[in-house]
Write a protein that binds this ligand. Structure first.
Ligand SMILES: N[C@@H](CCC(=O)N[C@@H](CS)C(=O)NCC(=O)O)C(=O)O
Length: 269
């Protein structure tokens, strides 16, 4: 079984945590064309959006991390990640949804400044401060969802824990982790001890350490960052519209498929 992934991707981490919790073996591969938006090659064939994760299992090729998670849960039901009670299942999915959309976008925005150096000076300070403030709001929300429980799923680790772990861990990496000793910080300390999560976080740490050099590919190596839905919205709503415009001027950002870049015959500006 093949998983196209990037170790920094929170969506890929969620999937790897699920597979590892269930003891499912897989080969992880960073697609050669990742970040290029190229429409040729096996990665684009598996996912026209050219986003990771993509799971290829026995001829079945799947993209979208939530779709993949559903598949994993149904194909390898034990141990279950979703509780049995319909309301509790819906609650877990809701936590995942907010993590995948609002929380991920904030982390991505912070990374655009830290790793991809999209802004300097006052604009960079402003965007970092926005990300920090929004991170606090989201962590407060997650703290409310956790309540007094050990896991988001209640008594056992589950779906929402797998979704929230990469998000909160990324904040910790940025120095924006929950306050020491808080329920969310204690949850993070618990979750990172799980072998499935620890392995996934080790891969994240190794990739993060190489990030400065990888980021240079986007200024000198012809790669273009994908600015899409919640991420694009984050940049605009947080005051970084100039970052978007500069990215378009320098050709270092792209928008999602289908776009001109995915059509070899199209005239690019
Ligand atoms: N909604 C998708 C989002 C996937 C996504 O945005 N993946 C990013 C990595 S975190 C990606 O592959 N981006 C393509 C690029 O940057 O070129 C999912 O849940 O799988």
């Amino acid at each position: 079984m093949l998983l196209y992934e990037h170790p920094l991707s929170s969506y890929a981490q969620k999937v790897k945590i699920a597979l590892r919790e269930k003891g499912v073996a897989f080969t992880a591969e960073l697609p050669e064309t990742f970040g290029t938006g190229r429409s040729d090659g096996p990665f684009a064939q598996a996912n026209p959006r050219t986003e990771v994760p993509v799971l290829i299992d026995d001829g079945v090729s799947l993209f979208e991390s939530t779709v993949i998670l559903e598949y994993i849960e149904e194909r390898w039901p034990a141990p279950p990640l979703l509780p049995r009670d319909p309301a509790a299942r819906a609650q877990a999915r809701m936590t995942e949804e907010v993590c995948d959309t609002q929380y991920e976008a904030v982390n991505w925005g912070f990374g655009e400044i830290l790793w991809f150096r999209r802004a300097t000076g006052a604009l960079a300070d402003h965007l970092r401060a926005e990300a920090a403030a929004q991170t606090r709001v989201l962590q407060d929300w997650l703290t409310g969802r956790l309540g007094g429980a050990e896991w988001f799923g209640g008594v056992s680790f589950g779906w929402a824990d797998a979704a929230a772990a990469p998000m909160v861990n990324r904040s910790v990496h940025y120095g924006l982790g929950p306050p020491e000793g808080s329920p969310l910080a204690r949850w993070h300390a618990r979750v990172r001890e799980r072998p499935a999560v620890a392995e996934t976080f080790r891969e994240f740490d190794a990739a993060a350490a190489r990030m400065a050099e990888a980021a240079d590919l986007y200024t000198t190596g012809g790669r273009r960052r994908e600015y899409r839905d919640h991420r694009l919205e984050w940049m605009v709503k947080s005051g970084g519209v100039e970052v978007v415009l500069a990215g378009l001027r320098t050709g270092t950002i792209r928008f999602p498929w289908p776009d001109a870049a995915s059509r070899p015959d199209a005239d690019m500006p």
